[in-house]
Design a protein around this ligand. Structure first.
Ligand code: SF4
Length: 150
């Protein structure tokens, strides 16, 4: 029997007007961090919000609404990882949601577009911050798919 997983998505407020096209495509195609869900299972988005702007005021309250709607997992949108500068608060946000709300947190939504991958590989932040590990689901994606999300 197929499973239904309810999720929330938190985006970086710098991209608050984003239409979410890459995220919804990736969810449908099970790419990027959404590859953790088997294709035969359903994933329902029960909450979608920005962090509220640096330093992330919505992180304290918005997950409560997501949880009330049944969210089991919260995804931090790929924009937190690939924007420049990348969000410096990802670890704090993750620890907060896991500890206070008991939610599973996955860093990432859609695959990292290859053009951003190319830029970040020339820069030190990801390596210094451990982003390669914390956003591990995104880092596993193939170059072909990343290029398709440029
Ligand atoms: S960099 Fe981080 S804290 Fe700042 S707006 Fe983006 S997600 Fe929010």
């Amino acid at each position: 029997m197929s499973k239904i997983t309810k999720i929330g998505i938190l985006i970086c407020d710098r991209y608050r007007s984003c239409g979410g096209g890459k995220c919804f495509r990736a969810l449908r195609e099970r790419h990027g961090a959404f590859s953790i869900y088997p294709a035969e299972d359903s994933v329902e988005i029960v909450g979608y919000s920005s962090c509220g702007g640096c330093p992330g005021g919505n992180i304290e309250y918005v997950p409560a609404e997501m949880k009330k709607n049944g969210a089991e997992v919260v995804h931090f949108a790929t924009g937190l990882v690939v924007g420049y500068p990348p969000c410096p608060n990802i670890r704090r946000f993750k620890t907060f949601l896991e500890t206070v709300y008991g939610l599973r947190v996955v860093v990432g939504t859609h695959p990292i577009p290859q053009k951003y991958m190319d830029a970040h590989e020339q820069l030190p932040f990801w390596k210094e911050s451990g982003m390669m590990e914390i956003a591990g689901e995104l880092m596993k994606e193939s170059r072909e798919i990343k290029t398709a999300f440029n």
